[in-house]
Design a protein. Structure first.
Length: 273
C-alpha cells in the first residue's frame, strides 16, 4: 500500500495528463470534431456579441473589397509588364489574353481571346514575356488556339546566340525543351542563350527561346542540350500575336525524316521548323 502511494505521488501528474489526452482523443473521435467547433464558437462568441447583423454583413463586404483591391493591384502590375514588353517589340503585334488551357493538355495548347475578327490567321507567331510562346494552329471568329513550344510535337529551328551552332528544338511537355544539334561537336556551353534561327520556316529569326541548362554531347544520333524556356508558360496569362507567313527555305540541312526536296519536316499540327 505504501509503495502504491509513493508511486502515485511521483507519477500522478503524468498519469493525469495521459488520461486527459486519451479522453480528449476519444471525445474528438466520437464527436467527429464537433467539440473543437463548439469550443471555438464559445470562445469567439463575446467578440461577435457586440456586432449587429448589419455590422457583420458590412465587415464581410469590407473584406471582399480588400481582396478585390489586392487582385486589381496584381492585374495592374501585369498590365504594366505587358506595356513595357510591347515597347520593346519592333514588329506589329496584337495583344491577347489567355482564356483557356485544359488540364489534360496544359503544356500543349492555349486558347487566346483573339480570332479572325481581329485579323488573326493560322501560322501567326505568338510571343510573351521572355520570348517565344508558340504559333496559331486554329482560328475561330473570336478565339485562336496556340500550339505551345513545349508541345512534344512542336519543332523550332534554333541556334546558339554566341557560337551560331544550329539545331532543332522539340518540346517535352514541361517548361524545358530539348535542342538537337546538326553538328557532331557543337560549340555550346551551359548558360548559352538560344534563339530561333534563319532555318526556321514557321518562326521569324532571333526570337529568344531560353538558356542551355545541360548538355549531352554523347547522345545518339546527335548531341542534345536541355533548354530552360525563358517564357513562363506554366503561369502565362497574356501574349502578343504577330502576323507571319511561313517561309520556304531551300538551304536548310536535311535531317532524318525530313522532305529531301526542301529539308523540312512534313507539315502537321505541330511539325515543321
Amino acid at each position: 500500500m505504501f509503495a502504491l502511494r509513493r508511486w502515485w505521488t511521483r507519477h500522478a501528474l503524468k498519469a493525469g495528463m495521459v488520461t486527459l489526452a486519451v479522453s480528449s482523443a476519444w471525445l474528438l473521435r466520437a464527436s467527429d470534431g464537433a467539440l473543437i467547433y463548439e469550443t471555438y464558437h464559445w470562445v469567439t462568441r463575446p467578440l461577435q456579441a457586440g456586432l449587429s447583423r448589419e455590422q457583420q454583413f458590412e465587415n464581410s463586404y469590407i473584406l471582399e473589397l480588400q481582396q478585390r483591391i489586392v487582385e486589381l493591384e496584381n492585374q495592374n502590375r501585369a498590365l504594366q509588364t505587358l506595356e513595357a514588353y510591347e515597347d520593346t517589340i519592333t514588329a506589329e503585334g496584337l495583344r491577347a489574353t489567355v482564356i483557356g488551357r485544359g488540364a489534360d493538355h496544359w503544356w500543349q495548347h492555349a486558347i487566346l481571346n483573339r480570332g479572325s475578327r481581329s485579323g488573326v490567321a493560322v501560322g501567326y507567331v505568338v510571343t510573351g514575356p521572355g520570348g517565344l510562346v508558340g504559333r496559331v494552329v486554329a482560328v475561330s471568329p473570336s478565339t485562336s488556339r496556340v500550339l505551345l513550344v513545349s508541345d512534344p510535337t512542336s519543332r523550332v529551328g534554333a541556334k546558339v546566340s554566341r557560337s551560331r551552332a544550329m539545331g532543332v528544338v522539340r518540346g517535352q511537355a514541361n517548361n524545358r525543351v530539348v535542342m538537337e544539334f546538326f553538328e557532331k561537336l557543337p560549340d555550346v556551353n551551359a548558360g548559352d542563350v538560344i534563339v530561333t534561327s534563319s532555318y526556321s520556316r514557321l518562326f521569324p529569326r532571333d526570337i529568344p527561346l531560353g538558356r542551355i541548362e545541360s548538355i549531352d554531347l554523347t547522345k545518339s544520333p546527335a548531341p542534345e542540350a536541355v533548354i530552360q524556356l525563358s517564357s513562363p508558360l506554366p503561369v502565362l496569362e497574356w501574349a502578343v500575336i504577330h502576323p507571319f507567313a511561313p517561309q520556304e527555305t531551300i538551304d536548310a540541312p536535311v535531317l532524318p525524316g525530313t522532305d529531301p526536296q526542301n529539308g523540312l519536316v512534313p507539315d502537321g499540327d505541330g511539325a515543321g521548323l
